[in-house]
Design a protein around this ligand. Structure first.
Ligand SMILES: CC(C)(COP(=O)(O)OP(=O)(O)OC[C@H]1O[C@@H](n2cnc3c(N)ncnc32)[C@H](O)[C@@H]1OP(=O)(O)O)[C@@H](O)C(=O)NCCC(=O)NCCS
Length: 261
């Protein structure tokens, strides 16, 4: 196994979260590459893990926390670590040590860049990105927002723990119409996919639905709302992890449209 820095040849694969085999992920558009182009100038680092045959099976992306949707100082923040676990496409690379090696390499890189520690997030539930996986690697809880746990591993004694930036307000409804508001940052193709589906589903209803995009790659928007990625239909939040199907979003909008006077 080998850990390598992202190079030009592997960029298309990275932009699709290693799921180049999946037609679904391609629905997410090109926001991830736009995000990458912007954030690489703000210290974004990406590493990939290849098995002994040179097949890429894992990735980690992390950047100085000051440029993320998490509040903190002097730390690096892991947006995500992903070891391909589906049987389809590239196949299952999990439980072979790729994840631990990626995390170790990222921590060493952050330390040698002078970071005071590493922060990461995970879910308190035993699926998707599990907070417990980071705990096993020496991380401890710094903050919590529902199921989303923010964890960290300080490298220096004077390091301060990170905090979630909390939601500051909810989108307001446009009177007489169904209001669909999609907050989208670009870092996560799954969230970009939810945005694309919501936009397309809203278009089906013409004048009855107003679709609003809030681009949270714009720091002012992120700070104004305290939201990074989220979908609202009127003032109700729709869960987007994992991204709902196009049909399920369309039905939710339709239900509200039917209630319009
Ligand atoms: C969490 C995650 C990164 C871990 O990656 P991984 O490569 O499977 O992790 P490792 O192989 O280093 O460790 C996993 C387990 O395999 C075991 N293991 C490591 N090398 C092994 C080997 N050669 N043979 C057998 N088991 C091994 C480890 O001991 C560890 O055991 P544990 O589960 O009891 O802790 C991976 O499971 C993942 O990507 N999960 C989904 C995360 C996700 O949704 N990310 C997107 C968020 S936006």
């Amino acid at each position: 196994m080998k850990i390598i820095d992202l190079d030009d040849a592997n960029k298309p694969l990275y932009f699709l979260c290693l799921e180049d085999w999946s037609p679904e992920i391609r629905e997410s558009g090109n926001r991830k590459s736009t995000w990458y182009d912007r954030m690489k100038n703000s210290g974004l680092r990406v590493k990939l893990a290849a098995d002994d045959d040179g097949n890429i099976g894992g990735m980690i992306q992390y950047l100085p926390i000051e440029h993320t949707h998490v509040s903190g100082k002097g730390l690096f923040f892991i947006y995500c670590i992903w070891v391909h676990g589906y049987k389809e496409g590239r196949g299952d690379f999990q439980k072979k040590g790729l994840g631990s090696s990626l995390l170790k390499a990222a921590e060493e890189d952050a330390r040698s860049s002078g970071a005071a520690g590493m922060a990461a997030w995970g879910l308190s539930l035993p699926f998707w990105m599990k907070a417990s996986w980071f705990r096993k690697h020496g991380y401890r809880k710094a903050d919590r927002d529902g199921m989303a746990v923010l964890l960290w591993k300080p490298f220096a004694e004077n390091a301060s723990p990170p905090e979630w930036i909390k939601r500051k307000k909810k989108p307001a409804r446009v009177p007489g119409r169904v209001t669909v508001t999609s907050f989208v940052n670009g870092w996560c193709p799954a969230q970009n996919l939810a945005y694309e589906r919501a936009r397309r589903a809203s278009e089906e209803f013409g004048e009855k639905v107003v679709f609003r995009e809030v681009d949270t790659l714009d720091r002012n928007n992120l700070e104004e709302w305290g939201i990074c990625d989220a979908l609202y239909i009127d003032d109700a939040q729709v869960r987007t992890g994992p991204p709902p199907s196009y049909e399920s979003i369309r039905k939710k909008i339709e239900k509200k449209v039917k209630k319009l006077k």
